[in-house]
Design a protein around this ligand. Sequence first.
Ligand code: 3PG
Length: 306
Amino acid sequence: MKVLVLTEKPFAAAAVQGIREIVEGAGHEFATLEKYTERAQALEAVKDADALIIRSDKVDAEVMDAAPNLKIVVRAGAGYDNVDLAAATARNIVVMNTPGQNANAVAELCFGLLVFAVRKFYTGAAGSELMGKRLGILAFGNVGRNVSRIAKGFGMEVWAYDAFCPKDVIEAAGVHAVDSQDELFRECDVISLHIPATPETKQSINRALCSTMKKGAVLLNTARKEVINEAELLALMEERTDLRYVTDIKPDADADFAAKCEGRYFSTPKKMGAQTAEANINAGLAAARQISDFFATGNTRFQVNK
Ligand code: 3PG
């Protein structure tokens, strides 16, 4: 079987080497297409692939149709909104993710961004501290849990809301569980987003929700740009000049945010949350093992299009 690592944003070299060793060790052929700039390159590269290891690379019906041998796609990471699951299912292609493997990397970046924000983007102006402030974690999955662990080290008061995780599970992690997203936004000094991009969550971080945020609150997004209603958030931030928005996913309206919310807005130039050697190795090697195992035994434990 041919396993193609298809990554516009490349893994660390050590991760690629580790993937190669697992793939070849299992008797499969290994190939890569990294840092590609044109979709045509991806369409050409997949044509004889049996398996793909991807990151945020878009795998839609067109890619699948260009890959007639394709049997499995593993998203080395958590969010799989970049894969057309219905198209995959219709073609009997198994789609998996590698949950949790890059969660610590994303959680650590949250605090890098947060300290940067509350210290006035290192301009020399007096900022504020995180100790004693209330952090609201929206969705208590793998990243949210890691964020709560680190926040306690900063001496923050940690609250969370998750529509699917029972309150007692959140409380057992030493985190105050609230009854609604509205309560979280209303009561916390910092809101950290860890929801996936789904039909229910897209555009859900809107004016109605954000307008209830406390004076001087920080909205931190290391999830997906699609969950934000950009036009409404931008309009609100023009009125509420106390609000701050810090994101690891450049908004479509990046230039407008930068121009209209100077000193209160920051976006990383490219999504950096999972971009560590450790996360690349964890997620990349997990993907390679899942593919080898799938071909050897039919194991579909991490399948997301069942
Ligand atoms: C994820 O969903 O795992 C993260 O957003 C990481 O995405 P990336 O692989 O594109 O860095």
